[in-house]
Design a protein around this ligand. Sequence first.
Ligand SMILES: Cc1cc2nc3c(=O)[nH]c(=O)nc-3n(C[C@H](O)[C@H](O)[C@H](O)COP(=O)(O)OP(=O)(O)OC[C@H]3O[C@@H](n4cnc5c(N)ncnc54)[C@H](O)[C@@H]3O)c2cc1C
Length: 478
Amino acid sequence: MAIRTAAQYLEGLRDGREVYYRGERVEDVTTHAELGIAARHAAIDFELAEDPAHRDLALQRDPDGSEYSAYYRVPRGPDDLRARSRLIETATAEGGTLVILIKEIGTDALFALMRVLARSGETEGLERLQAFYRHCRDGDLSLAVAQTDVKGDRSKRPSEQDDPDLYLRVVEERPDGIVVRGAKAHTSCAPNVDEIIVLPSRSMGAGDEPWSVSFAVPVNTPGLRLYAADFLHGTDDEFVYPVSSRHKMIETLTVFDDVFVPSERVFFSGKPQIAGAVALTFVEFHRFTAVSYKLPLLDAFVGCGIAMAAANGISRAGHVREKLTWLAGYAETVRGLIQLAAQRGQLEEGIAYPDVFTTNLAKWTFARDFHVALEFLQDLAGGLLVTGPSGQDWEAAQVRPVLEKYLRGAWPARDRLAMLNLIGDLTTRAYGGYQAVLAIHAEGSLEAEKLAMYRSYPAGEALGYARRLAGLGEADDR
Ligand SMILES: Cc1cc2nc3c(=O)[nH]c(=O)nc-3n(C[C@H](O)[C@H](O)[C@H](O)COP(=O)(O)OP(=O)(O)OC[C@H]3O[C@@H](n4cnc5c(N)ncnc54)[C@H](O)[C@@H]3O)c2cc1C
C-alpha cells in the first residue's frame, strides 16, 4: 500500500489516453493549457494527504498499520459518515469552492455496488468488486463514475430506442470478457483519473439485459474516447476570475467504441433486477457527497454577502440584514441537514449509509433555493458584476486612476472590485453558470430528489397519528 504524491498522480495520467478538446486530440492532459488546470486542481486531493494540517482527516490508519486515503474507508457508522462529509467539505474548501471529486464519486459507487451485490447474493461479482476495491485503495487510484447515459428519447426504455447504443450495452460476450458500446454524458474528471467505473443509470426490466451492466476500465483502454466540455474555457484573467482561473473540473462525453472488458473487471452483466438497485443505491451515497461539497460555496456566498454590503456601505439597511440572515440560514440549514443524515445513518451488509429521506431533503433544499441565493447576492453586489473592468484595465497606468477614483464604495476600489469579481466568478460568469446548472442537475434533478423523499418518508406513522387524532381506527387502504 502506498499513498501517492501529487507528482506521482500527475505522472500516472500520461498514459496515451484518448482525449479530445475543442476539436483536437490532447497529447498530455497534465500540460495542456486548460485541462492541466483541472489536473492540478484534482491533485489537491494528494496534497491534502501530505499536509500535516489535514493528514488525520485525509488518511485512514487501520489497526494492522496499513494506511490509505480516507475516501476508501468503508463507513461503518455515523462517525465515519460525519468524517467523510468533513473530508469532502475540507477538500472542496481547499479547491476554492470546487469539489475535487477524483475519489469521492468513485468510492460512492464502490460502496453502493458492495451493498447491492452482497444483498443480492452475487458472490462472484462481489469478489471481483472487492478485488477492484483493493486495487484502487492500495494503489491510491483516482476514479470517475460514468452513470448518466445519453438516453435519447427520455420517454423510451433502452430497448425501445431507435438506436440501441443510446444506453451503454453489451454487444458481444466472449469467454474471457464482454465488449461494450455506447456513450455516457457529463462524466466529471474523466480526463484526469486512473479508472472509470460504469453503472447503469436507471431501473431495467425484462428485455433490458444487454443494458444491465456494470464494470470498470482504466482510462487508456483501447476504444475509450473522451470528448471534453469547454465550459470553463477562456477564464484565464485572474483579476476577473479569481477562482476559475485556478480551479477547473472537466466533464466528458465518454464514448465506448466496442471496448473489451475482461471478466475480472465486470461486476454484473445481463441482470436487470440488479441494475435499478445499483442506480438508486449509488445516488443514496452520492447525494450525501454532493451536499457535503456544496457547503464551501454556500459559506462563500454568506461571506461575500457580508463583505459586499460593507464595501457598498449598505450593511445597516433593513433589506440587507434580511438577505444576509436568509443566506446564513440557508447555508446552515443545508449543513444541519447533512449532519442529521449522517447521524441517522443506517447499516446494511456492514456498510453505513446516510439516511435516504434526510439526504434527499438536504439536496433538494440546497437546489431549490440556490437561485434565490444567487438573486440576493447579485442584488447586494450591484451591476458592476457584469459591467466592471478587466485585469488589463486595472494594470493600465492611464486607466487605473480612473477606476480608483470612480469605482470606490465604502471600500477602496481595489478591494471592492476584488470582492465584486469573486461574486461575478461564483455567480454570473462561466463558473457561476456552471455552478447554477450543477446545482439543478448534478447528482439527479430536483424531481429525482422529491421522488426519493416521497418513497422513503415513513408515511404510515404520520397517517396513523392523524387517524388516532381523528378518532379513527388503524389505517386502511383508502
Ligand atoms: C456539471 C455536471 C457534472 C456531472 N457529473 C456526472 C458524473 O460525474 N457522472 C455521471 O454519471 N453523471 C454526471 N452528471 C449528470 C447528472 O446526474 C445529470 O445531468 C442528471 O441526472 C440529469 O440528466 P440529464 O442531464 O440527461 O437531463 P435530463 O434527464 O434530460 O433532464 C432534463 C429534464 O427532463 C426531465 N426528465 C428526464 N427524463 C424524464 C422522464 N422519463 N419523464 C419525465 N421527465 C423526465 C428531468 O426531470 C429534467 O426536468 C453531471 C451533471 C452535471 C451538470
